[in-house]
Design a protein around this ligand. Sequence first.
Ligand code: HEM
Length: 505
Amino acid sequence: MDLLLLEKTLLALFVAVIVAITISKLRGKRFKLPPGPIPVPIFGNWLQVGDDLNHRNLTDLAKKFGDILLLRMGQRNLVVVSSPELAKEVLHTQGVEFGSRTRNVVFDIFTGKGQDMVFTVYGEHWRKMRRIMTVPFFTNKVVQQYRHGWEAEAASVVEDVKKAPEASTTGIIIRRRLQMMMYNNMYRIMFDRRFDREDDPLFMKLKALNGERSRLAQSFDYNYGDFIPILRPFLRGYLKICKEVKERRLQLFKDYFVDERKKLSSTKPTDHEGLKCAIDHILDAQKKGEINEDNVLYIVENINVAAIETTLWSVEWGIAELVNHPEIQKKLRHEIDTVLGPGVQVTEPDTLKLPYLQAVVKETLRLRMAIPLLVPHMNLHDAKLGGFDIPAESKILVNAWWLANNPANWKNPEEFRPERFLEEESKVEANGNDFRYLPFGVGRRSCPGIILALPILGITLGRLVQNFELLPPPGQSKIDTSEKGGQFSLHILKHSTIVAKPRVF
Ligand code: HEM
């Protein structure tokens, strides 16, 4: 009897092993995964490739494994796409399939698990948020309503820099003043509000909380707990800080901006010209029951990050390149002086008459892309890409920086040379009409803010160059342009001191 039992047990085990092998073989056959380094159990490729998956490291991996590659970061699949053809497939041809977003443990906190617009999956909620945000933020009417405000903000930066005695001698960190300008540009649109002084306590609080949010979200320090769930308990402290920052930040938006605006509009009709600002439209949508109060606050959160920081980083990169390329700066100044006349201040409609200014903006966005890997995309279901199987819920990174800096596609891409956009690349626009150049992405999840960002960049850089000679500080021939990358951001490592010598007209 015992022998029979043993025999049966062994047979059952044998059958189980055969079934397991067959299933795993079938699975292997079913999934033809993209190439990549060989993963080890639990950690995947994490120990091989490390935490810092920036655009340059991912470019090196693409050179080794090809235009589509797969990294297994613990339990997460990460697909990196590095050719214009595959970018077109992800963003355009299969835009619906790859139109969702991944969030990690930290972004789950900051977006309330996708109650916002930027980090929500492609579907009903995203469509509603995009529709509600379009009229108040993303139309030419908004540009025309607010462009005078942006011009006034840029004029105020010029005045303040002229007044700072050290600006023309030892130099100033101009970024600080430009940061307030960018807040004002966007807070005028959102709340019809602006800040007068950099030491305004509310502005300082807002800036500090936004800074904390960015630092915590863009850091690589929490990767381990995100990639390997059994390590998540060790992240408890980090996630607690994230939750606190998120709560304090949303409360600040609510108490000092949203509720203030509600109070104001209940006592008198919106702003002095009877025009609504963005939050009035958003609150209308809430009143109609289309969105809830949390959604309202997450819209404010999204604009604080997506609009203010990206544009500020791009302005900062533009200034750095102009300081380090005095001949380009001179040529730009000459264009403005010749087209508008010396001292005639650049306005939004003027930017269209200044092709070299536009080329400088485009070249800045090419070489120093603020979001070099776009915002991570995701496929909700199993999908096919470039002949490979992509498992559901993979994080898809399009290495847009490499598409725009690959010497196979661009002439001397490492050079800052705006002329390329007037010569061999004159047909290439920033709106994604060429899949080699996608600083704002393209397709369904592309940046709707491009309509605001381009004129703001043109006005700001134009006004600075026409009013000042921008130079490195005494004793330096160039300013440091080392990069600092985050989960998907790229900004200048050191906020440089620059000398701004006022021009006399
Ligand atoms: C120079 C400035 C800017 C750059 C370089 C930039 C770049 C980008 C990029 C690369 C994406 C992701 C595209 C993708 O994943 O396919 C994006 C998304 C987005 N941007 Fe911008 N952006 C800028 C300014 C702005 C401004 C001013 C606003 C708002 C006023 C804005 C709002 C958004 C929003 C809401 C999204 C999410 C779209 C979605 O998920 O459907 N951005 N941006």
